[in-house]
Structures are given as C-alpha cells and as structure tokens.
Design a protein around this ligand. Structure first.
Ligand SMILES: C[S@@+](CC[C@H](N)C(=O)[O-])C[C@H]1O[C@@H](n2cnc3c(N)ncnc32)[C@H](O)[C@@H]1O
Length: 270
C-alpha cells in the first residue's frame, strides 16, 4: 500500500503527522486504510504537538481503532510499555541503544541520565554483561513505566530506577545513596546522556560521577556547522571540572529537523 503521509509505528499504535488543512474525513480514511494494511497496528493517533518542556511530552489525538494511548512496543529483544502523551519515547533511537549496549564491558557499572521509561537501561541490561544499570529520570510517570518495563523484561535485579533531578541525584550519589538496599556506586564506568533538547549540558554532573577511564556518551542537537561548538563546550566543561578528556567519536545520530542533527559525542575521562 502506498502511503504518502509519514507515520511512526509504536507497536500497536501508529502516530501520523498530517499536513495542515487535511480534512477530518481524509484523516479518518487514511487511518482506516492504515489499520487494514498493518495488522499489528490497532490504534491510529494524530500528532498535534511535538515534544516540549522539561518532561519532553507530546500531544496526540485519537483518530481510529482501539481507544488507547498506551503503546506496547518491541525492539532489541525487549518490550516497552508507555503512554504516548505523558512520557517521551522514540523508536528512531533503537539502533543507538543497540550500538551503546555493544560497547558495554563485562561488570561495568552504568549510569543512564534522563532514563525516561528506561529503553537505554533495559536494552543495555539485556544485551550486555553490565553489572548494574542505573536510570535517573525526573518524571514520576516515566519512572513508573521504567520500573514496570524492567519487570516486563526480567531485568529488575539489574536495572535500578532513581526518580529525581539528575542535578540533585548526582550530589546525593556523591554522598552515598542506597536504592532497594544497594549502595549506588559513587563513580561509574559508563555514563550515557540522552539529554532532553534543553540548554543545560549536565556535564558538570557527568564529571562529578566519573573516574579514570569512564566512557561518556553525550547527546546534543545542532546544525552540521556547529558540531565543533559542542566539542568545545565539552572540553570547556572538562577543564572547569579539572578533568582531562579524550574525544573518541563524533557521530550524527539522526536528523531531527531539516539540517539539524542529534549528535553523539563519545569521550573518555583520562
Ligand atoms: C529526550 S528524553 C529521553 C528519554 C529516554 N532516555 C529515551 O530515550 O526514551 C529526556 C528525558 O529527560 C527527562 N529529564 C529532563 N530533565 C531532567 C533532569 N533534570 N533530571 C532527570 N531527568 C530529566 C525528561 O523527563 C525526559 O524523560
């Protein structure tokens, strides 16, 4: 079936971005066609507004099929449940998650800042020999799903969800903090930073929780010509924290708008 209107599939839910001025009737017709030709899709939602605010929430509207906004989505041998409107989730990052999981070494203590409903922590926990993976997320709703997802994927003993602001949690961890009776390590072997598209870099917190040889995967957003500014920002933050780093890799991890990219910078703390 030829479909000109773009949509993203989240397992049982298809999310469609219609062109302005598409009539309600045309939206319904398209949605019903989509349901007929994609057997796994049970619900069609329309995207009303993209991700905004600190919690990175989007707004959708039901168009056809089962009346739900709860997605059950599979990737990398994992399953994730989440509400399309109340938390962030992007299926476009599935390869990123896989790539990072492949870089984790046996016994690594891993910290994922901005864990969301825990797709990075769970893909890492299921596809690597990490010792433990800590997921720090400010949203109560996303943390609730993160705990549920850790259970659904049988990694409850490996994934530790900490609900709170990375800034506060980083300070607490420094002082020693216990989660489910286990003391969270003061420093991590790997820190993953799938940052929200907001101003704060959170690099100060990353350096606070780094030791010699900590590998950091830092995400940012910019035009191609601005990549060097991001590298400068990281180097400056390292200097401010009195640390030396080695940039290992700079990668475009997807186009988020015309000529604007999600960039991943991999670096090592020396
Ligand atoms: C771009 S989303 C990424 C979520 C998840 N890593 C994923 O890939 O699906 C960013 C997440 O950071 C969370 N967040 C924003 N500011 C935060 C903070 N200061 N501390 C902890 N989490 C924060 C948001 O609630 C959101 O879930």
């Amino acid at each position: 079936m030829k479909m000109k209107t773009p949509f993203d599939a989240f397992g049982n839910i298809a999310l469609v971005k219609f062109k302005d001025k598409t009539s309600a009737n045309d939206k319904r017709l398209f949605a019903n066609k989509l349901l007929r030709y994609n057997k796994s899709v049970r619900t069609v939602l329309e995207k009303i507004r993209g991700f905004t605010g600190r919690l990175r929430k989007q707004k959708t509207r039901w168009i056809a099929g089962e009346k739900t906004k709860e997605a059950v989505y599979r990737e990398n041998d994992c399953v994730f449940r989440f509400n399309m409107d109340s938390v962030y989730f992007s299926p476009r990052l599935s390869n990123e998650r896989k790539e990072i999981a492949q870089k984790i070494k046996k016994g690594d203590e891993v910290l994922v800042m901005f864990g969301g409903v825990a797709p990075y922590p769970i893909v890492i926990a299921r596809n690597s020999k990490a010792h433990r993976v800590y997921s720090v997320e400010i949203s109560k709703e996303a943390s609730k799903y993160a705990k549920l997802n850790a259970e659904l994927n049988n990694v409850k003993n490996k994934v530790y969800v900490i609900q709170g602001d990375v800034k506060r949690v980083a300070k607490k961890i420094k002082g020693g903090v216990s989660v489910r009776g286990t003391l969270v390590p003061l420093k991590f072997d790997v820190i993953v930073m799938p940052r929200p598209q907001l101003k704060d870099s959170f690099l100060e917190e990353a350096f606070m929780l780094s030791k010699k040889n900590t590998a950091v995967f830092y995400y940012d957003f910019c035009k191609e010509s601005e990549i060097k500014n991001i590298v400068n920002k990281i180097e400056l933050a390292a200097k401010k924290s009195g640390r030396k780093i080695k940039i290992l890799k700079i990668k475009k991890a997807g186009e988020i708008a015309p000529y604007k990219y999600r960039i991943r910078v991999d670096f090592k703390v020396l």
